[in-house]
Design a protein around this ligand. Structure first.
Ligand code: ADP
Ligand code: ASP
Ligand code: MG
Length: 408
């Protein structure tokens, strides 16, 4: 008998009919002779609705209380899915993240998994029950509720699969798998049969929200092979796994976009040791995640730094930078620019192929799309462009790498 973990996202449990569909799929999987553990998200829109209510009450809701509030979204859906299963005659039981033994650490709203105690889950499974686990939540060693960051039910599923040493882990969602680009943006994007952890991680952290990036990190660390597939059909999905030699034949696996970015440029920085540490240190203390960081060679004794961050962090960044900039002297200035988006091309094949950046830049140039900042890693090339051109840019780069056609 195989143990199968299936995670259903918000759209997949978004209505009562969808919940019935999920219950029927879970029953079918169990009737095929498997032990089944479901992990479910809040119904689509519920988490956003709860956040909105909190923010309508107060501009700065306490993060502890936000966790208490947001965790209720998943509690609604586990109870409803379990009721639908019971109605179909399945012996199922719902459990919260804490009851599933997901112990967390770190800040509220951004909890990290510290360890897992799957004993209650095992006990229920031994009793022959199907489990329906609340995604997105865990409990601190002191018993406080933590949520795991947006999209965090993916992390719950991977962690539960690792803790129970599941035979199969499936992430069931509203697309058939991981595509060469978000199919809502590039209609001729192709479903990938497989993708390496590192590529999935880079794509997820550069805007392909089909998987939460931290969940991919966790899967890589614990060697959890998982499949992303549709909750609405039985088409084969995309396997996410450790890379193997054949994977390097493909230069670019996929393209991601991330909107609503802002660029901050600091000019007039004295060209002295310790300046970057002071500036980036202040932003780090304010818990701002910088993305691209570019520093120019100093000119006339002054250096210049530019970085990108989500636009929503801009206010916080400006406040954190104010005292630092004042201390750098009267030449130091901060300029900010919103309306920026980022385009990334990702592929482990980049390590062994040349001219990849040139292909991307030429294609964007030919389409009249201006490149702002550029950054590269071993398996990613990222550029910023004007947000109004980001969808064109994605299509142009997708075509330039022939991603609409199966690899030769
Ligand atoms: P769930 O609610 O199931 O967690 P998400 O909305 O988090 O689903 O993720 C699925 C969505 O991710 C898809 O509807 C799709 O628009 C988007 N997406 C972004 N990039 C990709 C990609 N490369 N491949 C597939 N889907 C993608
Ligand atoms: N409900 C949470 C969110 O909307 C977690 C999830 O769906 O994975 O981010
Ligand atoms: Mg998701």
């Amino acid at each position: 008998m195989a143990l199968i973990v299936q995670k259903y996202g918000g759209t997949s449990v978004g209505t009562l009919d969808r919940i019935r569909n999920v219950a029927a799929r879970l029953k079918r999987t169990r009737d095929a002779g498997n032990q089944v553990v479901a992990v479910v998200s809040a119904m689509s829109g519920v988490t956003d609705g709860l956040i909105k209510m909190a923010r309508d009450l107060t501009a700065n809701p306490s993060e502890r209380e936000l966790d208490v509030l947001l965790a209720t979204g998943e509690q609604q859906s586990i109870a409803l899915v379990t009721m639908a299963l019971q109605h179909m005659g399945v012996d199922a039981v719902s459990i919260t993240g804490g009851q599933a033994g997901i112990f967390t650490t770190g800040s509220h709203t951004r909890g990290r998994i510290l360890n897992m105690d799957p004993s209650l889950m095992r006990q229920f499974l031994e009793e022959g029950k199907m489990l329906v686990v609340a995604g997105f939540q865990g409990i601190s060693p002191k018993g406080m509720i933590h949520t795991l960051g947006r999209g965090g039910s993916d992390l719950t599923a991977i962690a539960v699969a690792a803790a129970l040493k599941a035979d199969v882990c499936q992430i069931l969602t509203d697309v058939d798998g991981v595509y060469t680009c978000d199919p809502r943006i590039v209609p001729n994007a192709r479903k990938l049969p497989e993708i390496s952890y590192d590529e999935m991680l880079e794509m997820a952290s550069s805007g392909s929200k089909v998987m939460q990036s931290r969940s991919v990190e966790f899967a890589k660390k614990f060697g959890v092979v998982f499949e992303v597939r549709s909750s609405l059909n039985d088409n084969p999905g995309t396997l996410v796994l450790e890379e193997h030699p054949n994977m390097e034949n493909v230069v670019i696996r996929g393209v991601s976009i991330e909107r609503s970015q802002a660029r901050v440029t600091i000019t007039g920085i004295p060209d002295e040791p310790g300046m970057s540490g002071r500036i980036l240190g202040a932003l780090g203390e304010a818990e701002i995640n910088l993305d691209m960081i570019i520093s120019n060679i100093a000119h006339d004794g002054f250096a210049r730094h530019s970085f990108t961050m989500p636009s929503s962090d801009l206010g916080k960044a400006q406040a954190a930078l104010k005292p630092v900039i004042a201390a750098l002297g009267s030449d130091a200035k901060v300029e900010t620019e919103g309306g920026v988006a980022k385009l990334s091309a990702v592929g482990i094949g980049m390590r062994s192929h040349c001219g990849v950046a040139a292909t991307m830049f030429k294609a964007l140039g030919a389409a009249g799309i201006n490149i702002g900042m550029i950054s590269t890693s071993e398996i990613k090339i990222a550029v910023t462009v004007d947000e109004t051109r980001i969808e064109d840019a994605a299509r142009v780069v997708h075509n330039a790498f022939g991603l609409d056609k199966p690899p030769a």
